[in-house]
Design a protein around this ligand. Structure first.
Ligand SMILES: [Zn+2]
Length: 203
């Protein structure tokens, strides 16, 4: 019964990621610049929050008990767009929306590096909480970057950018992204437990 409930929740949240992204993309055709920017940013934030909610469910953790991490993911995914203003060098919405430059918060190398530093720190100092923040940063930033990649590609500075990714590939990637993160999380956690156990056995 519990297994069935978890399965239904997985299907609902995975679908919600796809539906939210699709509806958010339709709203990009809105003529009013303010509504377009607000709905686009709200879509990024919601997809970020849903991404972390699904990762929690896949990790067999309660969303309610971890709601602060969902809210954090929501706000980080929204915060990334501050970059458009910084890159444009202006706080005017029109300048930010029409800037050709991409700011560094849109470079995927940055969250990957931050995740790596936090992950290594957590392993060296045995602080699981720190690793958790690393996964939250990685998930919120990359969920945002995947959505933007449909228009501008993924950017891995200083290496370069991929071409814009096709629409339905981006939608599918957004929906399977939480499963990829969860797979990496369980792989790295199991691996480090195995290393610890083998070290204990050796000692
Ligand atoms: Zn963006």
């Amino acid at each position: 019964m519990i297994f069935e409930r978890i399965l239904i929740l997985r299907v609902i949240i995975t679908s919600l990621i796809g539906i939210t992204s699709y509806v958010g993309d339709r709203l990009l055709q809105e003529k009013n610049e303010v509504i377009r920017a607000l709905s686009d940013n709200f879509t990024h934030a919601t997809v970020g929050g849903l991404t972390w909610s699904l990762i929690l469910i896949l990790s067999k953790k309660s969303i309610l008990q971890n709601i602060s991490s969902v809210v954090l993911c929501f706000f980080i995914a929204s915060f990334v767009d501050v970059d458009h203003f910084l890159a444009a060098g202006s706080w005017k919405l029109h300048d930010a929306a029409h800037s050709a430059k991409r700011g560094y918060l849109h470079c995927s190398t940055i969250p990957i590096t931050m995740w790596l530093i936090l992950f290594l720190y957590s392993k060296i100092f045995n602080q699981q909480n720190v690793a958790n923040y690393g996964w939250i940063i990685l998930s919120s930033f990359l969920s945002h970057h995947i959505r933007d990649a449909n228009r501008r590609g993924m950017w891995f500075c200083p290496i370069g950018s991929t071409p814009p990714i096709p629409y339905y590939f981006y939608l599918s990637l957004s929906m399977i992204f939480p499963y990829i993160v969860h797979f990496c999380m369980s792989l790295l956690t199991t691996h480090s437990i195995e290393i610890k156990e083998s070290l204990v056995n050796i000692v």
